[in-house]
Design a protein around this ligand. Structure first.
Ligand SMILES: Cc1ncc(COP(=O)(O)O)c(C=O)c1O
Length: 470
């Protein structure tokens, strides 16, 4: 029985016939369809146009098409289905020939940091926002926009960020991007265009967004060490950089909070040098047992480019992020955004604006905080009981924590031993520019239920004990 038809409905088919070649037309047509199937352009399940219509489109007699189709049915590429339509049944040659790809077994417990609990995406409330957005958006929102995004979202974000994060944001200083990854890429492009040579980052820090982009742009990256109070401003002496990118509210990955004195020192350094501070506020919405820490941008809106993302609060797949910029940066960043992709998709921006304005974002966060807090508590309790030698840090906020390792335990060996026992956990050292420093493990816990967390720690404890014995 034919399954549900999900592929093309066979309205039309692009084929060019060469009438001067001497090759019979039905053979040319059969060859073109055969090539299409082999190359994968015509996928299995694709419905071809009825013979009469295709003959009309190609300006040939119907018999030419019938003959070509019959030939390909005989060869096993096509089949005739009830209802009189003709469908592709063969897979492309390469696909048929390829052996089943070797797949790595998925870890039994994955503490990978980049995982996020997408099962909790607030579908019903988001759908309501999408409906309202569709119904209420003025027609002009569906045309080309400025590179900054939709005004409704600028307004809603400025209200939200000023209320909850203590920013000094104005709607006209906000640029919407496809997540932090694009936001930092746009800033790096504008920095490079302005003649910047070097960007300072925390050491350790994420290695998958700014660093590769800086390499492409010819910007040098320099690391500044981090300790329990965040980036070490005593290491700023002689720091020759045009920008400093940091995660002051919850340093990634160590979880340190930048102290008030150091915030002031960062801003002094930036003011003296005329450098830009980029504040990556990636997971500030989740805090459990410490008082809220406001954004640095609120202290110095002319020095700080603030960056937020929906990746940790709603879903990374939305690709929604926002920059609150010093006024003198807005136009150039918006131009870079236009050049990159002519602006982020409008509908999600309008839906998010509605979601914020109706208080749904606050409600969602209120619902999620206790969930993640419980997962963190289970993780901490399991670590304390089974791996007391590991020293947790950065636990009071965010969706991950770090545990520092005893000096005599090799991080790489422990990560490998954990993998052997079915646990994926990342080490801190690969994120260090210096490649030196205390060994540690990064535990992402947001996507794991409490039983998986306990199972993961038990497996890790077994790996740790094994390593100790060897
Ligand atoms: C340090 C840091 N900043 C920002 C982000 C968010 O990136 P994006 O908004 O591109 O998903 C992440 C995500 O994992 C992160 O680790």
């Amino acid at each position: 029985m034919a399954g549900p038809r999900t592929n093309s409905t066979g309205e039309s088919l692009l084929v060019t016939l060469d009438r001067g070649s001497g090759e019979p037309l039905h053979r040319q047509l059969a060859a073109a369809v055969r090539d299409g199937v082999r190359s994968g352009r015509l996928r299995r399940g694709t419905t071809l146009p009825p013979t009469r219509r295709l003959a009309g489109e190609l300006g040939v007699s119907r018999g030419v098409v019938v003959e070509a189709y019959q030939q390909l049915v005989a060869e096993g590429y096509l089949t005739s289905r009830t209802g009189g339509y003709t469908e592709v049944v063969a897979a492309p040659a390469a696909q048929r020939a390829a052996a089943a790809p070797a797949t790595q077994p998925a870890p039994a417990v994955d503490f990978g940091y980049g995982r996020y609990d997408v099962a909790n995406f607030p579908r019903a409330a988001w759908l309501r926002s999408i409906r309202r957005a569709y119904a209420q958006a003025p027609n002009e929102r569906f045309g080309y926009l400025s590179g900054r995004g939709v005004p409704e979202l600028h307004e809603a974000l400025a209200d939200y960020l000023n209320r909850v994060r203590g920013t000094a944001a104005f709607p006209d200083t906000i640029v919407i991007s496809n997540g932090y990854a694009q936001g930092i890429a746009l800033l790096a492009q504008v920095l490079a265009a302005r003649g910047a040579r070097r960007v300072a980052v925390e050491d350790p820090s994420a290695d998958d967004d700014l660093r590769p982009m800086a390499r492409t742009l010819g910007l040098e990256i320099t690391g500044v060490p981090v300790d329990d109070d965040g980036i070490r401003t005593d290491a700023f002496d002689g720091l020759d950089a045009d920008a400093l990118v940091l995660t002051p509210t919850h340093q990634w990955p160590t979880g340190a909070v930048l102290s008030a004195q150091r915030r002031a020192a960062v801003l002094r350094w930036a003011a003296e040098r005329g450098a830009l501070v980029v504040e990556d506020d990636y997971d500030a919405e989740y805090r459990y047992d410490r008082s809220p820490v406001g954004a640095m941008q609120g202290l110095a809106p002319d020095l700080v480019a603030y960056s937020g993302t929906a990746s940790k609060t709603l879903a990374p797949g939305l690709r929604l992020g926002w920059l609150v910029l010093p006024r003198s940066w807005v136009d150039e960043v918006a131009e870079a955004k236009l050049l990159a992709d002519r602006g982020s998709p409008v509908l999600d921006q309008l839906a998010f604006a509605d979601f914020l304005a109706h208080g749904e974002f606050d409600r969602h966060l209120r619902r999620m905080r206790p969930v993640y807090r419980r997962r963190r508590d289970v993780l901490l309790a399991a670590l304390a009981a089974q791996l007391p030698e590991l020293e947790p840090a950065g636990i009071s906020a965010g969706l991950h924590l770090v545990t520092w390792l005893p000096a005599d335990v090799d991080e790489t060996a422990l990560v490998a031993a954990a993998a052997h026992r079915g646990v994926r956990v990342n080490g801190v050292t690969p994120y260090r520019l210096s490649r030196a420093g205390r060994g540690g493990l990064i535990f992402g816990y947001s996507a794991l239920n409490e039983r998986a967390v306990a199972d993961g720690v038990a497996r890790l404890a077994a790996a740790f004990a094994e390593l100790r014995r060897s």
